[in-house]
Design a protein. Structure first.
Length: 283
Protein backbone atom coordinates (compact mmCIF):
# COMPACT_ATOMS: atom_id res chain seq x y z
CA UNK A 1 0.00 0.00 0.00
CA UNK A 2 1.45 3.32 -1.11
CA UNK A 3 0.93 6.36 1.15
CA UNK A 4 1.55 9.96 0.13
CA UNK A 5 2.90 11.97 3.07
CA UNK A 6 3.40 15.68 3.53
CA UNK A 7 5.75 17.04 6.19
CA UNK A 8 7.85 13.88 6.15
CA UNK A 9 11.05 15.72 7.05
CA UNK A 10 9.43 17.66 9.90
CA UNK A 11 9.18 16.91 13.59
CA UNK A 12 5.91 14.96 13.55
CA UNK A 13 6.07 13.83 9.94
CA UNK A 14 9.50 12.24 10.22
CA UNK A 15 8.29 10.01 13.06
CA UNK A 16 5.14 9.17 11.10
CA UNK A 17 7.34 8.22 8.14
CA UNK A 18 9.44 5.90 10.30
CA UNK A 19 6.32 4.26 11.74
CA UNK A 20 4.79 3.76 8.29
CA UNK A 21 7.94 2.11 6.93
CA UNK A 22 8.14 -0.13 10.00
CA UNK A 23 4.53 -1.18 9.40
CA UNK A 24 5.34 -2.23 5.85
CA UNK A 25 3.95 0.70 3.87
CA UNK A 26 5.53 2.24 0.79
CA UNK A 27 5.80 5.99 1.33
CA UNK A 28 6.07 8.83 -1.15
CA UNK A 29 7.12 11.90 0.82
CA UNK A 30 6.51 15.36 -0.63
CA UNK A 31 9.50 17.60 0.08
CA UNK A 32 10.50 21.15 -0.78
CA UNK A 33 14.28 20.80 -1.01
CA UNK A 34 17.10 18.42 -1.87
CA UNK A 35 18.12 18.37 1.80
CA UNK A 36 14.65 17.26 2.89
CA UNK A 37 14.64 14.73 0.07
CA UNK A 38 17.85 13.17 1.33
CA UNK A 39 16.39 12.95 4.83
CA UNK A 40 13.21 11.12 3.83
CA UNK A 41 15.10 8.86 1.43
CA UNK A 42 17.43 7.83 4.23
CA UNK A 43 14.34 6.88 6.24
CA UNK A 44 13.10 4.62 3.45
CA UNK A 45 10.70 6.83 1.50
CA UNK A 46 10.67 7.94 -2.11
CA UNK A 47 11.24 11.68 -2.16
CA UNK A 48 8.87 13.67 -4.37
CA UNK A 49 10.15 17.22 -4.65
CA UNK A 50 7.47 19.83 -5.26
CA UNK A 51 6.34 23.11 -3.76
CA UNK A 52 2.87 22.94 -2.25
CA UNK A 53 0.16 24.07 -2.45
CA UNK A 54 -0.42 23.07 -6.09
CA UNK A 55 -3.91 21.64 -6.41
CA UNK A 56 -3.61 20.17 -9.90
CA UNK A 57 -0.29 18.47 -9.21
CA UNK A 58 -1.37 17.12 -5.83
CA UNK A 59 -4.63 15.75 -7.21
CA UNK A 60 -2.72 13.75 -9.82
CA UNK A 61 -0.30 12.42 -7.18
CA UNK A 62 -3.18 11.40 -4.95
CA UNK A 63 -4.92 9.54 -7.76
CA UNK A 64 -1.85 7.30 -7.92
CA UNK A 65 -1.67 6.75 -4.14
CA UNK A 66 -3.56 4.35 -1.91
CA UNK A 67 -3.79 6.77 1.00
CA UNK A 68 -2.72 10.21 2.18
CA UNK A 69 -1.43 11.66 5.47
CA UNK A 70 -1.06 15.42 5.81
CA UNK A 71 1.29 16.64 8.57
CA UNK A 72 2.90 19.64 6.86
CA UNK A 73 2.38 23.06 8.40
CA UNK A 74 3.70 26.22 6.75
CA UNK A 75 5.55 28.55 9.09
CA UNK A 76 4.47 31.77 7.40
CA UNK A 77 0.93 32.02 8.76
CA UNK A 78 -0.68 30.66 5.58
CA UNK A 79 -2.01 27.46 7.17
CA UNK A 80 -5.64 28.07 6.24
CA UNK A 81 -4.92 28.71 2.57
CA UNK A 82 -2.41 25.87 2.43
CA UNK A 83 -4.87 23.37 3.89
CA UNK A 84 -7.68 24.63 1.65
CA UNK A 85 -5.64 23.59 -1.38
CA UNK A 86 -4.71 20.24 0.16
CA UNK A 87 -8.31 19.46 1.11
CA UNK A 88 -9.67 20.46 -2.30
CA UNK A 89 -7.14 18.12 -3.89
CA UNK A 90 -7.88 15.13 -1.71
CA UNK A 91 -11.64 15.52 -2.08
CA UNK A 92 -11.26 15.62 -5.86
CA UNK A 93 -8.91 12.63 -5.96
CA UNK A 94 -10.53 10.37 -3.33
CA UNK A 95 -14.23 10.97 -4.07
CA UNK A 96 -16.01 7.69 -4.71
CA UNK A 97 -13.15 5.62 -3.24
CA UNK A 98 -12.33 4.13 0.15
CA UNK A 99 -8.81 5.55 0.13
CA UNK A 100 -7.99 6.84 3.63
CA UNK A 101 -6.95 10.39 4.38
CA UNK A 102 -5.63 11.58 7.75
CA UNK A 103 -5.75 15.28 8.47
CA UNK A 104 -3.75 16.75 11.34
CA UNK A 105 -5.55 19.09 13.71
CA UNK A 106 -4.82 19.78 17.36
CA UNK A 107 -6.38 19.52 20.81
CA UNK A 108 -6.23 23.31 21.22
CA UNK A 109 -9.44 23.69 19.18
CA UNK A 110 -11.43 22.37 22.17
CA UNK A 111 -10.40 25.20 24.47
CA UNK A 112 -10.20 24.84 28.25
CA UNK A 113 -11.42 21.64 29.86
CA UNK A 114 -10.73 19.20 32.67
CA UNK A 115 -11.90 16.15 30.69
CA UNK A 116 -11.62 16.91 27.00
CA UNK A 117 -12.84 14.30 24.52
CA UNK A 118 -13.49 14.27 20.80
CA UNK A 119 -17.06 15.38 21.60
CA UNK A 120 -16.02 18.47 23.54
CA UNK A 121 -17.41 21.53 21.74
CA UNK A 122 -15.07 23.61 19.65
CA UNK A 123 -13.77 26.69 21.47
CA UNK A 124 -10.58 27.39 19.60
CA UNK A 125 -8.07 30.12 20.38
CA UNK A 126 -7.47 32.60 17.61
CA UNK A 127 -4.35 30.86 16.32
CA UNK A 128 -6.30 27.69 15.39
CA UNK A 129 -9.80 29.09 14.93
CA UNK A 130 -9.59 28.59 11.17
CA UNK A 131 -9.10 24.83 11.34
CA UNK A 132 -12.56 23.51 12.25
CA UNK A 133 -14.14 24.83 9.05
CA UNK A 134 -11.71 22.65 7.10
CA UNK A 135 -12.48 19.62 9.25
CA UNK A 136 -16.21 20.03 8.67
CA UNK A 137 -15.65 20.39 4.94
CA UNK A 138 -13.75 17.11 4.93
CA UNK A 139 -16.41 15.25 6.88
CA UNK A 140 -19.20 16.69 4.71
CA UNK A 141 -17.43 15.54 1.54
CA UNK A 142 -18.05 11.88 2.30
CA UNK A 143 -14.49 10.75 1.60
CA UNK A 144 -12.76 8.36 3.98
CA UNK A 145 -11.25 11.09 6.14
CA UNK A 146 -10.10 10.98 9.76
CA UNK A 147 -8.65 13.73 11.93
CA UNK A 148 -5.94 13.32 14.55
CA UNK A 149 -5.80 16.09 17.14
CA UNK A 150 -2.43 15.89 18.90
CA UNK A 151 -1.73 17.42 22.25
CA UNK A 152 1.54 19.20 22.97
CA UNK A 153 4.08 17.05 21.14
CA UNK A 154 7.50 16.39 22.67
CA UNK A 155 10.46 14.11 22.12
CA UNK A 156 14.16 14.24 21.23
CA UNK A 157 14.46 17.70 22.76
CA UNK A 158 12.08 19.21 20.22
CA UNK A 159 8.63 20.72 20.21
CA UNK A 160 6.66 23.31 22.12
CA UNK A 161 8.09 22.33 25.54
CA UNK A 162 11.26 24.15 24.49
CA UNK A 163 9.28 27.35 25.12
CA UNK A 164 9.46 26.43 28.80
CA UNK A 165 13.06 25.32 28.96
CA UNK A 166 14.15 28.34 26.94
CA UNK A 167 12.15 30.89 28.92
CA UNK A 168 14.00 33.89 30.37
CA UNK A 169 15.32 33.89 33.93
CA UNK A 170 14.60 36.46 36.60
CA UNK A 171 17.32 38.50 38.26
CA UNK A 172 17.55 35.81 40.94
CA UNK A 173 17.88 33.02 38.39
CA UNK A 174 14.30 31.68 38.58
CA UNK A 175 12.84 30.25 35.37
CA UNK A 176 9.92 32.35 34.17
CA UNK A 177 6.60 30.53 33.81
CA UNK A 178 3.92 30.99 31.18
CA UNK A 179 1.43 32.88 33.30
CA UNK A 180 0.98 31.35 36.73
CA UNK A 181 1.98 27.92 35.44
CA UNK A 182 -1.20 26.37 36.85
CA UNK A 183 -2.57 25.45 33.40
CA UNK A 184 -2.40 21.81 32.32
CA UNK A 185 -1.07 20.67 28.96
CA UNK A 186 -2.30 17.45 27.36
CA UNK A 187 0.85 15.87 25.94
CA UNK A 188 2.14 13.11 23.67
CA UNK A 189 5.55 11.77 22.68
CA UNK A 190 6.14 12.16 18.96
CA UNK A 191 6.84 8.44 18.44
CA UNK A 192 3.67 7.41 20.27
CA UNK A 193 1.78 9.88 18.12
CA UNK A 194 3.29 8.33 14.99
CA UNK A 195 2.03 4.91 16.08
CA UNK A 196 -1.45 6.40 16.32
CA UNK A 197 -1.30 7.61 12.72
CA UNK A 198 -0.64 4.04 11.58
CA UNK A 199 -3.54 2.68 13.64
CA UNK A 200 -5.93 5.36 12.39
CA UNK A 201 -4.83 4.56 8.84
CA UNK A 202 -5.65 0.91 9.43
CA UNK A 203 -8.68 0.90 11.69
CA UNK A 204 -10.36 4.30 11.95
CA UNK A 205 -14.03 4.85 11.25
CA UNK A 206 -14.74 7.26 8.41
CA UNK A 207 -15.47 10.79 9.55
CA UNK A 208 -14.08 10.48 13.09
CA UNK A 209 -11.57 12.52 15.06
CA UNK A 210 -9.08 11.09 17.54
CA UNK A 211 -7.25 12.94 20.29
CA UNK A 212 -3.54 12.15 20.17
CA UNK A 213 -2.81 12.52 23.89
CA UNK A 214 -1.16 10.05 26.22
CA UNK A 215 -3.24 10.82 29.31
CA UNK A 216 -0.44 12.73 31.02
CA UNK A 217 -1.83 16.23 31.54
CA UNK A 218 0.73 18.04 33.68
CA UNK A 219 0.89 21.67 34.66
CA UNK A 220 3.32 24.13 33.14
CA UNK A 221 4.66 24.71 36.64
CA UNK A 222 5.47 20.97 36.92
CA UNK A 223 7.24 21.09 33.57
CA UNK A 224 9.30 24.11 34.57
CA UNK A 225 10.20 22.50 37.88
CA UNK A 226 11.41 19.44 35.98
CA UNK A 227 13.67 21.71 33.92
CA UNK A 228 15.26 23.50 36.87
CA UNK A 229 15.54 20.45 39.09
CA UNK A 230 15.09 20.20 42.87
CA UNK A 231 17.48 23.06 43.60
CA UNK A 232 16.06 25.51 41.04
CA UNK A 233 13.28 28.05 41.27
CA UNK A 234 10.41 29.13 39.03
CA UNK A 235 8.47 32.38 39.02
CA UNK A 236 5.17 33.57 37.46
CA UNK A 237 5.55 35.31 34.13
CA UNK A 238 4.23 38.66 32.96
CA UNK A 239 1.54 38.34 30.29
CA UNK A 240 2.56 41.41 28.30
CA UNK A 241 6.19 40.30 28.23
CA UNK A 242 5.23 36.80 27.08
CA UNK A 243 2.94 38.14 24.37
CA UNK A 244 5.72 40.41 23.18
CA UNK A 245 8.13 37.51 22.89
CA UNK A 246 5.81 34.80 21.52
CA UNK A 247 2.91 36.71 19.99
CA UNK A 248 -0.59 37.13 21.36
CA UNK A 249 -2.11 34.18 19.49
CA UNK A 250 0.54 31.65 20.51
CA UNK A 251 0.48 32.88 24.09
CA UNK A 252 -3.30 32.48 24.26
CA UNK A 253 -2.96 28.85 23.19
CA UNK A 254 -0.14 28.13 25.66
CA UNK A 255 -2.28 29.47 28.51
CA UNK A 256 -5.12 27.01 27.80
CA UNK A 257 -5.86 24.64 30.68
CA UNK A 258 -6.45 21.22 29.08
CA UNK A 259 -6.70 17.70 30.46
CA UNK A 260 -7.55 14.69 28.29
CA UNK A 261 -7.12 10.91 28.43
CA UNK A 262 -7.23 9.89 24.76
CA UNK A 263 -9.49 6.91 25.51
CA UNK A 264 -10.99 6.81 22.02
CA UNK A 265 -7.58 6.33 20.42
CA UNK A 266 -6.84 3.49 22.82
CA UNK A 267 -9.91 1.67 21.50
CA UNK A 268 -7.95 1.31 18.24
CA UNK A 269 -5.23 -0.56 20.15
CA UNK A 270 -3.02 2.45 20.79
CA UNK A 271 -0.75 2.07 23.80
CA UNK A 272 1.60 5.03 24.33
CA UNK A 273 4.74 3.77 26.09
CA UNK A 274 7.49 6.34 25.47
CA UNK A 275 9.08 8.33 28.29
CA UNK A 276 6.95 11.00 29.94
CA UNK A 277 7.41 14.67 29.23
CA UNK A 278 8.54 15.22 32.82
CA UNK A 279 11.32 12.67 32.48
CA UNK A 280 12.42 14.18 29.18
CA UNK A 281 12.60 17.72 30.55
CA UNK A 282 14.41 16.52 33.65
CA UNK A 283 17.10 15.05 31.39
Amino acid sequence: MSILLTGGSGFVGSSVLTALIAAGYSVDAVVRSDEAGEKVAAAGARAVEHILPDTDWLTLELEQSDGFIHTATPDDGSGAEFDDAVIDSVIAAFAGTDKPFIYTGGVWVHGNGADITEETPISAPEITAWREERVQKLFASGINASVIEPGVVYGYGKGIPNVISGAPRTATGALTLLGTGDQHWATVHVDDLADLYVLVLQYATRGERYLGVNGESVTVRQLAEAVVGPDGEVAPGDLATTEGALGKGFTEALLLDQQASGAKARALGWNPTRPSILSELAG
